[in-house]
Design a binder for this molecule. Structure first.
Ligand code: HEC
Length: 426
C-alpha cells in the first residue's frame, strides 16, 4: 500500500518509483477529493466514509454517514465537512476522527460543499436548494431557493454570498442572506461544476453537454471556450495559485489549462474506463489527485509522464454480462457495490452477506446497522430476502438505511436468491 508521506520524496524522484501513487483503502468509488493547505487529503467515497490522509500512517476513516459521501472540504481549525446521499452534512474533528456536529435540513442528496474561511459553510443539494450554515452554531443561516433543478456546485464570494451551478442550466449569484441577486450564466444544459477566481474576475464551469467555458464574472461574457468532444464535464480543480485549472470528464480525460492565456497545456487519459468524479491539486501544485469508479484515488503529475491509468481492470459489477448466470448478474449489478460475499474486512457500505441464510437481521458483529434493522426480528431466508426486494427495503424494514430498490421480476429475485444460496455458505 502506498503512503501519503512519500509524496514529497516521490515527486523528487518519480522516475525511480515503480509503485503507483494511490490512496488505497476505500470500498467503493471515489466521489470527491480535497487538499488542505498543509497537504493533507480528504477522499469522499460511495462506501459511506471519508478518508483523512496525513503523514505516512494509515488514513483515519471518518464514519457516520448513512449513505454515499459526495463531497468533502477542509474547514480549517482541525475541522472538515462532508455531504452525503443521506441528505446530511457531518462536521468532523480530524484529530479525534469523530463527527462533532450533524447539519440537517436538506431534503435531497448533498452534492457539493464550500468553506468561506470565515466560519461559514455552503452546501448544494439535489433538493433544488443551496444553503449557508454557521459552522460553530451548527445552524442554517440562509436557504437559497430559486433553481429549477438539482444544485450541483457552490462557491463562496467575498461578500459572503455564493454562486451556485444547477441542472437547470444556470449559474446564479446569491447574497449572504440568501437573497437571489442575478443569473450569471445561462448555459442551457446542466452545469455540474465551477471554479471561481474573484480577484481576477473570471468563472470557469463544466456542463453535461461537455461545455467547458470561462466567463467574465461581472458581465457573463465568454472569455474562453475550452469545449472538446467529450462529455459530460464532471470535475474541475484550480491550482493553489490559480495559474492552472484541471478539468475531468465522463470519458476519463484530464485537461490542464493555463489561466494566463487559456491555452490547453496538457490533456491525458487518466482513466481507461469510466469517469473522473473527483479532482484536486496537491498543495505544491505539481500534481492532481483524481478519483472515479475505482475504490482508490490516484496521483498524477501535471507535467511529465503518467505511469498508471485508473480503472485498468473493470470493476466486478462491470464484468461482461454474458459470462454470468442471471443470479450473479443481478448481484453484481445491484448488490456488489455495497456487499461482499466474503467475510468482513472489505470496506463496503453494507454488511458482508457471508452466512446470510439463517442469520437474524441486523446482528452481524462489527457492522453498525440502523436501529430499524438491528431492532427487527426478521431471520434471513429465501422467503425473507425475496420479500425484501419484492416490497423494497423501505417498505419491508421501514427506516433501514439500505437504499430503496425493488426487483420487480419474480424470476430475477429467484435467480438472485439462488445465487446467494450458492455463494454465501461459510
Ligand atoms: C447502496 C448500497 C446497497 C445496495 C446496492 C444493496 N444494499 Fe443491502 N444493505 C445495505 C446497507 C447499508 C444495509 C444495512 C441496512 C441497515 O442497517 O438498515 C444492507 C443490508 C442488507 C441485508 C441485511 C443484512 C443483515 O445482516 O441483516 C441484506 C440481506 C441485504 N442488504 C441484501 C442486499 C441484496 C441482495 C442487494 C442487491 C439486490 C443489496 N442488499 C443491495 C446497502 C446496500
Amino acid at each position: 500500500m502506498w503512503r501519503y508521506g512519500l509524496i514529497v520524496a516521490a515527486l523528487a524522484c518519480r522516475a525511480a518509483l515503480a509503485e503507483p501513487l494511490v490512496f488505497d483503502g476505500h470500498g467503493g468509488p471515489i466521489m470527491d477529493v480535497a487538499v488542505g493547505p498543509d497537504g493533507a487529503v480528504l477522499t469522499a467515497s460511495f462506501d459511506n466514509s471519508v478518508g483523512f490522509w496525513r503523514g505516512d500512517g494509515a488514513p483515519v476513516w471518518l464514519e457516520g454517514h448513512g449513505a454515499a459521501v459526495n463531497s468533502a472540504v477542509f474547514l480549517g481549525g482541525g475541522l472538515a465537512a462532508s455531504g452525503s446521499d443521506d441528505f446530511a452534512i457531518e462536521i468532523w474533528d480530524l484529530q479525534a476522527g469523530v463527527s462533532v456536529r450533524r447539519l440537517e435540513g436538506h431534503r435531497g442528496k448533498v452534492m457539493s460543499l464550500a468553506a468561506s474561511g470565515e466560519g461559514r459553510l455552503a452546501s448544494a443539494s439535489w433538493d433544488g436548494t443551496a444553503a449557508i450554515w454557521d459552522i460553530a452554531r451548527g445552524a442554517r443561516v440562509a436557504e437559497l431557493v430559486g433553481h429549477k433543478g438539482n444544485v450541483n456546485g457552490v462557491v463562496f464570494l467575498e461578500h459572503g454570498g455564493v454562486l451556485t451551478a444547477s441542472s437547470d442550466g444556470t449559474i446564479r449569484e446569491w447574497g449572504a442572506d440568501g437573497a437571489p441577486r442575478r443569473v450569471v450564466v445561462r448555459h442551457g444544459f446542466g452545469v455540474n461544476t465551477l471554479v471561481l477566481n474573484e480577484a481576477q474576475g473570471w468563472l470557469a464551469y463544466g456542463a453535461v453537454d461537455g461545455g467547458t467555458r470561462v466567463v467574465d464574472l461581472a458581465s457573463g461574457a465568454v472569455l474562453a471556450d475550452l469545449t472538446l468532444e467529450r462529455r459530460p464535464v464532471l470535475a474541475m480543480a484550480a491550482a493553489p495559485g490559480m495559474e492552472q485549472i484541471a478539468v475531468g470528464d465522463g470519458q476519463g480525460y484530464i485537461m490542464v489549462v493555463e489561466t494566463a492565456d487559456w491555452s490547453i497545456s496538457r490533456d491525458f487519459r487518466a482513466a481507461k474506463n469510466g469517469p473522473i468524479w473527483a479532482l484536486a491539486y496537491t498543495a505544491d501544485g505539481l500534481s492532481v489527485i483524481a478519483g472515479g469508479i475505482d475504490d482508490r484515488a490516484y496521483l498524477f503529475p501535471v507535467a511529465g509522464e503518467i505511469e498508471v491509468q485508473m480503472s485498468q481492470g473493470k470493476q466486478d459489477f462491470q464484468r461482461a454480462p454474458e459470462t454470468m448466470s442471471n443470479g450473479e448478474r443481478q448481484f453484481k449489478r445491484k448488490c456488489s457495490v455495497c456487499h461482499t460475499l466474503t467475510g468482513p474486512g472489505g470496506r463496503r457500505a453494507g454488511p458482508s452477506l457471508m452466512g446470510i441464510f439463517g442469520r437474524q437481521a441486523g446482528q452481524l458483529e462489527g457492522y453498525s446497522f440502523s436501529q430499524a434493522m438491528a431492532g427487527s426480528d426478521l431471520v434471513w431466508s429465501e422467503e425473507t430476502i425475496d420479500l425484501l426486494f419484492d416490497l423494497g427495503p423501505d417498505n419491508y424494514v421501514p427506516g433501514s438505511k439500505m437504499p430503496m430498490q425493488r426487483i420487480t421480476s419474480a424470476q430475477d429475485r429467484r435467480d438472485l436468491v439462488e445465487f446467494l444460496r450458492e455463494t454465501t455458505g461459510e
